[in-house]
Design a binder for this molecule. Structure first.
Ligand SMILES: Nc1ncnc2c1ncn2[C@@H]1O[C@H](COP(=O)(O)OP(=O)(O)O)[C@@H](O)[C@H]1O
Ligand SMILES: [Mg+2]
Length: 433
């Protein structure tokens, strides 16, 4: 392989065996020691350390274009910027002009990822390993949950999750360990010494990180802010209906994916009150519209129903909107799909294609995740048919639907009559774990 460049290849820098991506130059020198591809050179293109080599979206040229702009920005020194809130490493990604176009959450910087920038989490995990994370979720797969939520949203035509896909990006502003940084410096040095090699590479740098990339939505504010305002200044009837319809879509999404982290800070509302827009964008009451964006979907797709129901309620269930029975509009939108076994099976297969790419993928655990999801779909279908409200939905007994080995319809297991959520107290006993 060294002969590709017509030079004798000797390792002139430290090669790291940690990290979540295949460093292809290091890999070039010591392919059989590469922990990412395990020496399987056929799966990784040999030339170029550009993350663009990983990002292919042939079915979605619009998204491909956005990722390309993000890469161009990084190449020209406009780096992603870490979002200060939150316990994980999340980054606002910009275009070459510095406009925010996406939110990138690398796998390795998730709350319990090995490069999480927040030391408290690291110590939490170190000192209290028995109770870190959510016991019902697979650890360190938040980025997949983010992308999968977007897939569910698209397949059900809900339109509340900003498009999210698995993407590879590298940036100086990401959190890398000392070895990766030293290696990058070593590479630069090595390639300066051997310009012939340097010419073959677009950019020499840090290894790309795998993560979720969610499109940035503009003009939205946290739901909490708007919900308080709407309490004080009730909405006009047509807008209230729009909000109700959007809210029901959020409920459908969260219930299907069994989101364990839907506080009112993790969904956004966009509402331009009449007269607030400028010029042509100025809207009157008839034209104004209200939209919900469901962000931060990284803590969903549990492999079992949470035991600690008090810990992970759907916070929207306490809102007045949750007491209203699902509208005919929502039923028309999703019921035919949700009650179609082939649709659900298709969805599971699409999710399989996505989840299997993770390093820690485990088929048995994936099946368990799908059993929970099928159970949620079953309940939701029934609730929609019976004209229930979101509040009544979350009070239904939890079920899982296990796939039958014989290829039949599967086995429905009802997990007792315990409600998944009760409404005696306004605050859960444990708000996070
Ligand atoms: N797709 C998005 N569009 C617009 N703003 C976003 C988007 N995703 C996140 N944000 C903003 O960034 C903040 C943190 O994002 P979030 O996904 O909740 O990350 P964390 O995991 O750190 O809680 C949000 O409260 C919101 O203000
Ligand atoms: Mg959040």
């Amino acid at each position: 392989m060294g002969m590709r460049f017509g030079i004798p290849l000797k390792c002139v820098f430290v090669y790291s065996f940690v990290g979540d991506s295949c460093d292809r130059l290091g890999h070039l020198f010591y392919p059989t020691l590469c922990t990412v591809c395990n020496g399987n050179t056929s799966i990784i293109p040999l030339l170029g350390t550009n993350s663009g080599d990983f990002n292919h979206f042939p079915d979605d040229p619009e998204f491909a274009d956005i990722i390309q702009r993000a890469e161009q920005a990084i190449e020209s020194g406009v780096f992603p910027e870490r979002i200060s809130q939150g316990s994980s490493g999340s980054y606002f990604v910009k275009d070459p002009k510095g406009k925010i176009i996406g939110v990138f959450k690398p796998k390795s910087e998730e709350p319990y990822g090995h490069l999480n920038p927040k030391w408290t989490k690291y110590f939490h995990k170190l000192c209290c390993p028995c109770c870190f994370g959510r016991g019902c979720l697979l650890p360190n797969q938040g980025y997949l949950s983010e992308a999968a939520a977007s897939l569910v949203d698209t397949k059900l035509c809900l339109g509340v999750v900003p498009k999210t896909k698995v993407v590879y990006l590298a940036s100086e502003t990401f959190h890398y360990n000392a070895i990766d940084r030293a290696k990058s410096r070593g590479k630069k040095y090595a390639l300066e010494k051997v310009p012939k090699v340097g010419r073959r590479f677009h950019r020499v740098g840090l290894p790309p990180k795998v993560g979720s990339f969610q499109l940035f939505v503009e003009g939205y504010r946290e739901a909490d802010y708007w919900l308080r305002r709407f309490e004080a200044e009730p909405l006009p009837e047509n807008i209230r209906k729009q909000l109700q319809s959007q809210f029901e879509r959020l409920v459908v999404l969260d219930y299907v994916i069994r989101n364990t982290d839907r506080g009112n800070d993790n969904w956004l509302i966009k509402y331009e009150t009449p007269g607030e827009g400028e010029g042509e964008e100025q809207k009157n009451i008839q034209d104004s519209c209200i939209k919900i964006a469901a962000i931060d979907n990284g803590l969903a797709f549990p492999f079992k129903h949470p035991d600690e129901w008090r810990a992970y309620p759907f916070h929207w269930a306490w809102l007045p909107q949750a007491k209203v029975p699902f509208s005919q509009e929502t039923r028309d939108l999703v019921l035919s799909r949700l009650s179609d076994m082939n649709f659900v099976q298709d969805l599971c297969e699409d999710l399989y294609e996505m989840f299997k790419t993770d390093k820690g993928f485990d088929k048995t655990m994936f099946e368990r995740q799908m059993s929970v999801m099928r159970g949620q779909v079953l309940n939701l279908t029934q609730a929609l048919k019976d004209g229930k409200s979101p509040l009544q939905l979350v009070q239904m007994p939890r079920v899982v639907v296990e796939r039958s080995r014989s290829g039949g319809q599967g086995r429905v297991v009802t997990l007792g009559n315990a409600f998944t959520q009760t409404f005696h107290c306004k605050r859960p006993f444990f708000s996070s774990w």
